[in-house]
Design a protein around this ligand. Structure first.
Ligand code: ZN
Length: 290
């Protein structure tokens, strides 16, 4: 059984799904996934088995403008926190390369690493951005950076604290780490939890959208701040970000259910933004000066 990724305590089960259980740490409230009688790599294979270049291309081409706008806004926001005019940056899990592209456009010396061949292929073919094909465990040799970004990465990592400590080592003093992740205090979580409890654990699909073999850590603003602090990084800003309802629905819906799930998710997304409980947060933290 997996232990709390923040403090190694034994977690208490809060949801029981088909192949996974979701646990909550009694001491710090961290929520995370552990597997039931199946190896994690088998689950992962099943999950990514039907992803191919054309499905990726379809989604990213369709939402291209939005991805460029979002990446550019992130670059500008981080630039405002830095004294360095042309920072050296590393985007970890750079995906299709939109952030690296925007950072370079803004005069940064930007690098990105992406282990996935299909995503890195998109970055190269469509944006002309060459990403380094390496895993995070191998990045030590790249030197130090003013900015390290992990957009939609930390929720996938089995040992997130070790990853943040590695980030901290690679950041220059006063440097910024920026992360985006789904958050446990979202409206989605509240609705999914209510449905699960009211149905005595029978209604699992909504909870299953939030926790998978893919999304194994569900931080909240409190638990991510604690994790960063343990790694020697001090939070200097947290903001809410919406989820990507199109992609969520594209991924999880099937045939007739697609329309329904898309409508429900879009509706929930709109409400959750209005009340400040959207599905994702962006967190900015600074490496403390010694
Ligand atoms: Zn804990």
């Amino acid at each position: 059984m997996r232990r709390c990724p923040l403090c190694e305590s034994e977690g208490r089960m809060i949801y029981k799904l088909n192949t996974l259980i979701v646990l909550q740490c009694p001491s710090d409230g961290m929520r995370y996934v552990s597997w039931r009688g199946i190896r994690k790599c088998d689950l992962w294979e099943k999950l990514v088995g039907d992803v191919n270049f054309s499905s990726v291309e379809k989604v990213y081409d369709k939402n291209r403008k939005a991805y460029f706008a979002e990446a550019n806004a992130k670059v500008k926001k981080i630039q405002g926190m830095l004294a360095v005019p042309s920072p050296r940056s590393l985007d970890v899990g750079a995906g299709c390369g939109f952030f690296v592209f925007s950072a370079r456009k803004n005069g940064w010396q930007a690098e990105g690493i992406e282990p996935d061949e299909i995503l890195a292929g998109y970055a190269m073919r469509k944006l002309g951005v060459e990403l380094l094909r390496m895993r995070f465990e191998e990045v030590k040799e790249l030197g130090t950076f003013d900015v390290i970004t992990l957009w939609g990465v930390i929720e996938h990592i089995e040992r997130p604290l070790a990853a943040l400590r590695q980030v901290s080592v690679m950041l220059r003093e006063g440097g910024i780490v920026a992360l985006q992740m789904p958050t446990a205090d979202s409206l989605y979580d509240a609705v999914a939890a209510a449905l699960y409890r009211l149905s005595l654990g029978l209604c699992r699909t909504p909870v299953g959208l939030l926790y998978s073999a893919n999304h194994i850590n569900r931080f909240s603003p409190g638990t991510i701040a604690e994790a960063l602090l343990k790694a020697g990084l001090e939070v200097c800003g947290i903001e809410r970000a919406g989820s990507d309802p199109e992609i969520l629905a594209d991924t999880y819906g099937k045939w007739g259910r697609k329309l329904i799930s898309r409508s429900i998710i879009s509706f929930l997304d709109r409400i959750s933004r209005l009340i400040g409980r959207s599905n994702q947060i962006r967190v900015y933290a600074r490496k403390k000066n010694r």
